[in-house]
Design a protein around this ligand. Sequence first.
Ligand code: CP3
Length: 365
Amino acid sequence: ETPEAGAAAASETAAQRPILRVLGGEALSPPPAWMMRQAGRYLPEYRAVRAEAGSFLDLCYNPDFAAEVTLQPIRRFGFEAAILFSDILVVPHALGQDVRFVEGEGPRLDPLAGRAEFEALKDAGDPAVMDRLAPVFATVARLRRDLPDETTLLGFCGAPWTVASYMIGGRGTPDLAPSRALAAADPALVDALIDRLVTVSTDYLVRQLAAGADAVQIFESHAGALPAVPPGEAGDALERWSFRPVARMIAGIRARVPGAKVIVFARGSGLEGHARVPEATGADAVGVDWAVDLAALRARLPAHVVTQGNLAPETLIAGGPALDAAVDAILAATRGTPHIFNLGHGITPQTPIAHVERMLARLRG
Ligand code: CP3
């Protein structure tokens, strides 16, 4: 069976899933909800599995454990979407780069400093690349079996620029200086790296969809390091390094999985950048970060475009009446338009579980 065949066989009931209905352009009230990083260290049941699993990558590549932690926030909170538990850095790992997660510090990679390290990566067509990612597809298949019928299953990957920034810098860097320096010094090399990531990430998402994901989200978490100056023109770094590669991915996915639904989260790209996402990339839905005025963005977007977001994770930590007011403001800004309730970035470990419950109670009335 080709990967494409499984995706085409999506069931009747899939069309009834609230998040898929919204991704199809329906405005639901209240909007369905999920949270970025909803499986994570703020949950004691996650920490328990995490401790048992070994390293963070062991957890990502173990379908039993990865499916279990994906299901935990669904059982506890009844979110309308589950997001596959994995990480954006499994793609460089599959390409042969050394990736480790240092406890309390975050990811560390052997930096891709120049041509030599690029040449050492596996080719996009090397079967070993998708072989290493096979446990992820097994997790997706298991999840689609074990999730409630009404729950949408989201696959994901990082956008090429964001993944490249970790590959080049070897770690998260505040302003992506190493990636911007390499893009300036050897743009052809960065183009080649982005091309490799476009091909592999497209394959990766097609296989997630084939294994049972209902829709996918592309995380461009480091769009903020790319100035959109002048907007939409040759010198526009956001267009060149982010929107065009993401557009190629989405076109490639849809060529193989017709009608595939894609959410693009271009964090840090500002009101202007967020407003450009649908046209520039072909995304069905715009993930909105916490810094954007959702009402102002909504006013800029065509009515059929779906939005997702954008409660500030800090407001969720604060809780109380400020949290209620922020939920109300999001509902007011998106009333009558297709919207998926979410945070404006991932939930953080110190967030009280009671505040997540309060957020959902307010949302669901
Ligand atoms: O619940 C979900 O949202 C699904 C799982 C998920 C993880 N990472 C699990 C994770 C998803 C969608 C990601 C995406 C991801 N990973 C992004 C894009 C989203 C964003 O936050 O901007 C990025 C930039 C990464 C890279 C990454 N992974 C970093 C920078 C870190 C360290 C930061 C931290 O919180 O520790 C990780 C580790 C990571 N990925 C954790 C989780 C739950 C925490 C590690 C642990 O549990 O020990």
